[in-house]
Design a binder for this molecule. Structure first.
Ligand code: GH3
Length: 301
């Protein structure tokens, strides 16, 4: 176990080290006397546990706790060392900010310290599992498993949000509705597996064409949609649609075989064509059918 001991009082740090080393509970102890140096060490190295003094001269405990526990890549259990007895508010605030346990400096015995470290690590591990499970469930709830693009439900939710934002800022948004041409023929002639791989390749190419902040989704089957935020004029949507058509005209190579596809794109805009997510999708769907009826492989507003 690797421990980061953060306390500005050297005598207090020595007291902790004495307890930790008799008998040797933890060998690998790194000292820090300020919050800033502790955060630097935490950034540069990996620790299993941080023993953190509640009162440090250079930063509020809650602030350093948040920085430690919300770190993007580094994770460690945190035990707060405090001199205050039964301060419920302090405890509640620290737990809410991510601490796992408390230790009173007056109770610094081998038994108490061991218990606090074991509890903190167990709680931390459980917490990490919950965080990872939540992230996985969120991903599954929001994404299409085959292509990794947003799924329809998440897409519609985001589209509603973007319409509200556009109303507030009086900006414009565009919606592109894409449907692969004669996809059933691809499935029938090459098999469903090849069809799946082609859908995945289409999704990958779409992701290379959209800006950060725009949202691409697989609505279902061979249908995709893209929300384009903050458009300045219709021509920019037309240009994007043309870039998508050109990009998807490039052959898709699977197992050294080239496959040629085309798509039909319908476009709607807020606020010109529609004011709700449902109407934007309906309008873009109708525009896409117009393309289908006029030879496919193109776009229409
Ligand atoms: P059109 O140009 O008129 O749209 O013709 P189409 O053949 O593409 O017609 P349609 O859009 O109705 O056909 C969609 C096909 O997509 C039918 C269905 O079997 C297939 N499909 C739906 N979901 C999947 C999937 O997950 N994987 C594969 N490979 N095919 C799928």
């Amino acid at each position: 176990m690797r421990l980061l001991l953060v306390d500005d009082d050297e005598l207090d740090r020595m007291a902790v080290v004495r307890v930790l080393q008799s008998p040797k509970l933890i060998k690998d102890i790194v000292h820090a006397s300020t919050a800033v140096s502790a955060l630097k060490l935490f950034e540069e190295s990996a620790f299993d546990v941080v023993l953190l003094d509640y009162r440090l001269p250079d930063m509020e405990c809650i602030e350093i706790l948040r920085k430690l526990t919300n770190h993007a890549t580094k994770h460690a259990a945190v035990v707060i060392l405090t001199g205050a007895v039964d301060d419920e508010v302090v405890e509640r605030n620290c737990i809410a900010a991510g601490a796992q346990d408390f230790l009173l400096k007056q109770e610094l015995s081998h038994r108490h310290l061991t218990k606090a470290l074991v509890h903190a690590q167990a709680r931390h591990a459980l917490n990490q599992q919950l965080v990872e499970t939540y992230a996985r469930l969120k991903y599954l709830a929001e994404n299409d498993p085959m292509t990794g693009l947003s799924n329809r439900r998440y897409f519609e939710e985001k589209l509603r949000g973007e319409i509200k934002r556009a109303q507030r800022f009086e900006s414009k948004i565009g919606l592109l509705f894409l449907d692969v041409d004669n996809f059933k023929l691809i499935n029938d002639s090459l098999g469903h597996d090849v069809g799946d791989q082609i859908l995945q390749q289409i999704a990958n190419r779409l992701l290379t064409l959209i800006r950060q902040g725009d949202i691409a989704c697989r609505l279902g089957g061979d249908e995709f949609a893209i929300v384009v935020n903050d458009i300045d004029e219709e021509t920019s949507l037309g240009l994007l649609a043309q870039r998508i058509l050109d990009c998807l005209h490039e052959p898709i190579v699977l197992a050294k075989t080239q496959h040629f596809i085309s798509i039909s794109i319908g476009i709607s805009t807020y606020p010109e064509c529609a004011h709700t997510a449902e109407d934007m999708l309906k309008h873009a769907d109708l525009a896409m059918y117009h393309v289908k009826q006029h030879g496919r492989n193109g776009f229409h507003f």
